[in-house]
Design a protein around this ligand. Structure first.
Ligand SMILES: NC(=O)c1ccc[n+]([C@@H]2O[C@H](COP(=O)([O-])OP(=O)(O)OC[C@H]3O[C@@H](n4cnc5c(N)ncnc54)[C@H](OP(=O)(O)O)[C@@H]3O)[C@@H](O)[C@H]2O)c1
Length: 327
């Protein structure tokens, strides 16, 4: 039993931007219990260092690339919240993200892994946990300005996204899917998907439960490039760090502080908004496509319509009033 007064659940808190954000968040919010959702060994490794900041931290095992694992973690969280072992849930942070050297990586469920981890698992966990969230609450989904896919935002290192549901959920959906460029395309497309998901959830969540996307921009010194292939790991290690003296590139500590600002609502933003570092601003024109967002929602609901093994129940998200919000 924790003496904290509220709970925040976070993915991607085991390294990089998320680990720094978790540290900063615990420092600034001593009355909050942070549940780190992470793969067993990663979560176990960071727990002692987070406990040095606050006693109110625990971990729940999750592999975001597995539907059964996400469902089991969700059910465990539900039990902890229902029994009062965790105080009321006041926020979720979906910060985990992956990028691969091709568009062929496949999950145990047969989905393309970038899309499964970066988009599908967010929806699965949110649909399972949203009835437990108590207002006022803020949900943050880490996305990327790479979703613009243009020279200005990616310096030419990333191709444009290519949206097609349900095709992009399957391995091999992009031209020459075995190539590094296809892996990058899968990544930027998944980050566009994260923004679409935020928009659609913002229309459906009740008042007082806000959802925003957060773009850290380019951040060196994280693990993101490790499986991305091509010249990217080299650029991230040796060349791009030289740019940290410019405002173009961040390092994990300041990027984590900005994510903590987003989580704690220090950065003002209406529900559905896209936060670029510390400021709510517009995401790409393409990212505001309500038909596409509705289609994504419907497809995800088809996928998760039946409770997966380990899930306690299926939830009906329709009753929340559907509305368009200021973005
Ligand atoms: N770095 C950048 O330049 C940049 C730019 C824009 C947006 N972003 C976004 O920022 C977020 C954080 O990225 P980062 O750069 O800090 O990368 P990172 O150091 O690689 O951190 C990624 C996090 O996601 C977790 N994760 C990955 N796959 C998982 C899985 N299957 N199950 C559970 N957890 C999983 C990792 O856990 P493990 O510790 O177990 O690996 C880790 O905590 C991502 O969403 C990324 O897309 C990054």
């Amino acid at each position: 039993m924790t003496t904290a007064t509220r709970t925040i659940v976070m993915t991607g808190a085991t390294r990089g931007i998320g680990l720094e954000a978790a540290r900063e968040f615990l420092r600034r919010s001593p009355d909050t219990h942070l549940v780190v959702l992470g793969r067993g060994s990663s979560a176990a490794q960071v727990l002692p260092s987070l406990r040095e900041v606050s006693p109110h931290v625990s971990t729940v095992d999750i592999d975001l690339s597995s539907k059964a694992s996400v469902a089991a973690a969700g059910a465990q969280l539900e039990d902890l919240l229902d029994s009062g072992e965790l105080p009321p849930l006041r926020g979720l942070v979906f910060n985990a993200g992956v990028q691969f050297s091709n568009a062929l990586a496949t999950t145990v469920d047969g989905y393309e892994k970038t899309f499964a981890v970066n988009v599908m698992s967010t929806h699965q966990l949110l649909r399972q946990l949203h009835p437990h969230i108590q207002a006022p609450a803020r949900i943050v989904v880490t996305v990327s300005d790479a979703h613009f896919g243009d020279l200005r935002h990616t310096g030419g290192t990333m191709p444009a996204p290519q949206w097609a549901i349900p095709e992009i959920s399957r391995p091999g959906a992009f031209h020459r899917s075995g190539d590094v460029r296809a892996g990058r395309r899968a990544y930027v497309t998944s980050k566009l998907g994260g923004i679409h998901l935020v928009h659609e959830w913002a229309r459906r969540l009740p008042d007082g439960i806000d959802i925003v996307s957060y773009n850290p921009s380019l951040v060196v010194g994280t693990g993101l490039a490790r499986e991305s292939g091509g010249a990217f790991p080299f650029l991230m290690r040796w060349i791009i760090p030289l740019l940290t003296v410019t405002p173009l590139v961040d390092t994990p500590v300041p990027a984590g502080e900005k994510l903590a600002d987003a989580i704690l609502s220090v950065t003002p933003a209406a529900t559905g908004a896209y936060i670029h570092r510390k400021k709510a601003t517009a995401s790409s024109t393409e990212s505001y496509d309500t038909d596409r967002e509705r289609a994504l929602w419907n497809w995800l609901e088809q996928v998760y319509g039946q409770p997966t093994e380990g899930a306690k129940s299926a939830y009906d998200i329709r009753p929340s009033p559907v509305r368009d919000r200021d973005r």
